[in-house]
Ligand binder design. Structure first.
Ligand SMILES: C[S@@+](CC[C@H](N)C(=O)[O-])C[C@H]1O[C@@H](n2cnc3c(N)ncnc32)[C@H](O)[C@@H]1O
Length: 335
């Protein structure tokens, strides 16, 4: 479970977001001069600049983000700091293969290195207009892509009580899911549910005196669950993992795909449900002997990084390398 209270700690730095596990990502994914890299979650460009610098102007970088503001910021930052422009695509990484088909000429972009750093950036979190935070009042939006999809307010208006409770329980591991869902349904019958402060107040009321015993703000888990539901974050991750699975098998069969032979793929998660999906999907590829693990256990942030950027506390990084491996997951070639 992600400690969302960390997310409200100010770790913004000069670009509004500090990239987590940066050194570890570079050491493990080993982007090299002339290679092609994809950053599926450009955000504020911290990882993207490092990938661009490593592949250099003889290499290529594609960056994706559902948030056009972040995408434009990261793209400008890469151009300025790495000295060449990335291919910037406003797309959900759920459709990464399709998104890359359209760039870099025919047959499209094929990657040596892929990174996804899941969740939201600090700039999104700290902008009250985006509705992610209960610390400042704002509209109950929570869409990572504010140009499309269903807002949190719409979900709260339309979902039956049982479905609301399931979302809070499954995605937020909220122990009072049923009580909070009941309260939401009672309140929405009397007044429109539109603001983050209103929802935070309602959850606090549902907690009653138990709020004092809670280490986290009582609304932490409710906000996290709604954000994951609004953006279908687990669905998008499943699709990304399926795209990696399918490409790994194509590559093993000698076919072309959006991943190159020996592509390295790494994913940073912040939530136990996400980490479980990544762990199982990567293990399946290793069992099928079409990939080798680059991380035997999830890589976590050092104490120093956590002290500087508390949000890194819940980050877990796992990576694989495509290519045939033996039954112990060892690569059958000399890397
Ligand atoms: C944790 S931030 C990435 C930060 C980035 N690595 C950096 O160094 O600045 C996550 C970013 O991914 C984007 N994002 C989240 N889910 C996405 C998805 N399914 N497809 C594309 N972008 C997504 C968010 O809009 C946000 O900008």
């Amino acid at each position: 479970m992600r400690d969302e209270d960390e997310a409200i700690t100010d770790d913004r730095g000069p670009h509004g977001h500090a990239p987590v596990l940066l050194r570890e990502v570079l050491e493990i994914l080993r982007p090299a001069a002339g290679e092609s890299a994809v950053d599926c979650t450009a955000g504020r460009g911290g990882h993207a600049v490092a990938l661009a610098t490593a592949v250099g102007p003889t290499g290529r970088l594609a960056i994706l983000d559902v948030d056009q503001g972040n995408l434009a910021y990261a793209s400008a930052r890469v151009s300025e700091e790495a000295g060449f422009a990335p291919y910037a695509v406003h797309a959900n990484f759920a459709g990464v293969a399709r998104a890359l088909k359209g760039i870099g000429g025919t047959p499209g972009f094929s990657a040596d290195v892929v990174l996804a750093d899941l969740g939201f950036s600090s700039t999104q979190m700290f902008d009250p207009a985006r509705g992610f935070s209960f610390a400042q009042d704002g509209p109950l939006d929570m869409r990572l892509d504010p140009t499309s999809g269903t807002t949190a307010a719409m979900l709260l208006r339309s979902l039956p009580e049982r479905e609301l409770a399931d979302i809070l329980f499954k995605l937020g591991e909220e122990p009072l899911a049923r009580v909070i869902a009941r309260k939401i349904v009672a309140v929405r019958g009397r007044e429109p549910m539109e603001s983050t402060a209103q929802l935070a107040r309602l959850v606090r009321e549902a907690y009653g005196p138990r709020a004092r015993r809670s280490r986290l703000h009582p609304a932490t888990r409710t906000f996290m669950a709604l954000r994951i539901a609004v953006n279908d974050e687990l669905g998008a991750l499943r699709s990304l993992l399926e795209a990696v699975q399918s490409a790994a098998h194509s590559v093993a069969d000698g076919a072309t795909s959006w991943l190159r032979a020996h592509a390295r793929v790494g994913i940073i998660t912040f939530h136990s449900l996400e980490d479980r999906l990544v762990k199982h999907s990567f293990a399946e590829l290793v069992r099928a002997r079409v990939a080798a693990p680059l991380t035997r256990k999830p890589v976590v942030a050092s104490d120093g990084e956590i002290a500087a950027n508390p949000k890194a506390r819940s980050a877990k990084f796992r990576a694989i390398e495509l290519g045939h491996s033996d039954r112990h997951g060892r690569r059958s070639y000399d890397p």
